[in-house]
Write a protein that binds this ligand. Structure first.
Ligand code: ADP
Ligand code: MG
Length: 479
């Protein structure tokens, strides 16, 4: 689920999900109105009921491919994250603002640096991508403007960032900056390569907050003052941040240079999300297959999740996939509820898989305690459980302080909730509640190579269809 995107860094708007979701939904829900997170994540259905059995093994896909979809009319790509539609409803104002900031480059002038910020799924990447296409379509742009987009999630080091920028301007192989130089030399070579041409380089650093979290703001300092060292070329920085407070920790000089212009992307509300979804639905589905209430429900769920358009679109896509698997003739609001539960669980599983090993063991101990108590567990008991599990896995347990930090991390991910409780003279401790489906999360952890020895025999009903007509059937059995 975490596709490798290395080496795919320039001019490719990347929408692959960050490793860990911001916060997670709690339990499965029956209707919009319950809490959830805003995970930048787009699960697709897998492992659902199989297609009709084919007569020959070589024909296993024939039936699926030959039968035209009853639901889809257009390409399913339209519901993928990477699809940028030609129309971006409710972003007209932001498109105009970005265009106004960058327009001087068409006159040969140097635009101000720009910082775009807003929560995930608010259309930042899509807007910049649309403005980019429009700008490069103008005849004045020819030979005058270079536009490079980086997704900083894929940039490993400042070195590789500067190297790739420089290499973008390398006319021939021998001009390219090799690896293994000092950072200062890479910087100098990049500068020379940029300066070998006149014109403006518009450098978009998407998810710039992640670059700074990973490698500090040194490279932004370099880039933001590079114009003073260039003779012919000019660089304009367009930073895009999902973190609204990202500039707070920056060096004051970097902050003021990045901040020359700022544009905030507010979250979409439910009616706006409905408009976005209707546009897509019209293009992708056959007439009349989307029942009333489907778009509204997808929009309502996503509006609760910080107005994330990506999530709204993913829900619509998942709902359609579920309907298709059920061989339904229409997509119904019930399919959206199923999609939402499915989406949430996939997000939880993805998040759990990305935890560090001891954090996984700790979470497993919490889940065990929670299951045993059928309610909150105190930290002391959790630590005891964690120690036992570590010993079972032949790993030296971490110090309680480190575990305490992991508790905070698990809470910030929305997997648990830790409430401080007073214990009279005994001081204070924390009572931990689980915010995710317990058995599914345990199963996700048990799939891990490290934790698989902890796996319990699965419930009979989880692997076999239970025969409810048989009064002698064995009940749930954990062994
Ligand atoms: P961000 O960069 O702010 O996280 P994106 O630009 O990647 O958000 O948008 C997330 C998804 O939602 C993309 O698939 C994008 O095409 C779609 N999207 C966002 N805003 C709109 C809009 N106004 N109209 C249509 N689709 C949109
Ligand atoms: Mg983005």
């Amino acid at each position: 689920m975490q596709p490798s995107t290395r080496g795919r860094d320039v001019d490719e708007p990347d929408r692959s999900p960050p490793r860990v979701a911001g916060s997670l939904p709690s339990t499965p829900v029956a209707d919009p109105g319950l809490v959830g997170g805003s995970p930048p994540f787009s699960p697709t259905i897998s492992g659902a009921s199989p297609a009709p059995s084919p007569s020959t093994p070589s024909g296993i896909f024939d039936a699926a491919l030959s039968a035209p979809s009853e639901l889809f009319r257009g390409s399913r790509e339209i519901l993928q994250d990477s699809f940028v539609p030609s129309r971006l409803p409710h972003r007209e104002h932001q498109i105009r603002q970005v265009a106004e900031v960058l327009a001087p480059s068409l006159r040969g002038e140097v635009p101000s640096n720009l910082l775009i910020y807003g929560k995930i799924g608010t259309g930042k990447t899509a807007v910049v991508s649309q403005v980019r296409s429009e700008l490069l379509r103008r005849p004045e742009a020819r030979g005058r403007i270079n536009f490079i987009t980086f997704n900083c999630a894929n940039v490993d080091t400042p070195y590789s960032l500067l190297q790739t920028i420089g290499n973008h301007f390398a006319a021939k192989e021998s001009d390219r900056i090799p690896t293994g130089r000092s950072l200062d030399r890479v910087q100098a070579s990049m500068r020379d390569l940029i300066d070998a041409r006149t014109g403006t380089l518009i450098l978009v650093l998407d998810e710039i907050d992640r670059l700074v979290k990973k490698s500090g703001d040194g490279v932004l300092y370099t880039l933001s003052q590079i114009n003073s060292e260039l003779e012919k070329g000019r660089v304009v920085l367009v930073g895009i941040s999902n973190d609204l407070k990202f500039t707070e920790g920056l060096d004051a000089r970097v902050r003021s240079r990045l901040h020359e212009e700022k544009i905030l992307f507010p979250p979409y509300d439910a009616p706006q999300l409905q408009d976005i979804l209707r546009d897509r639905a019209k293009e992708v589905f056959r007439d009349g297959v989307v029942e009333p209430g489907v778009i509204e429900r997808c929009a309502a769920y996503a509006a609760l999740e910080n107005g994330d358009a990506r999530r709204a679109i993913s829900l619509l896509r998942l709902s359609a996939e579920i309907a298709e698997r059920e061989r339904a003739k229409r997509i119904t609001p019930d399919h959206v509820v199923k999609a939402k539960n499915r989406y949430d669980l996939d997000v939880v599983v993805e998040c759990v898989r990305s935890l560090p090993p001891h954090c996984k063991i700790l979470l497993y101990a919490i889940l065990q305690g929670y299951e045993r108590r059928r309610g909150g567990v105190l930290t002391g008991e959790v630590y005891e459980g964690y120690t036992k599990l570590s010993q079972k896995l032949a790993l030296p347990p971490l110090h309680p302080r480190s575990i305490s930090n992991y508790v905070i991390e698990l809470e910030s991910l929305g997997l648990i909730q830790a409430n401080v409780v007073s214990r009279g003279r005994g001081g204070r401790t924390r009572e931990i509640f689980v915010e995710v489906p317990v058995s599914e999360t345990m199963r996700a952890l048990e799939d891990d190579e490290l934790l698989k020895v902890l796996a319990r025999p699965r419930l009979l009903s989880q692997t076999l269809l239970t025969n409810f007509d048989n009064p002698n059937r064995t009940g749930p059995n954990y062994g």
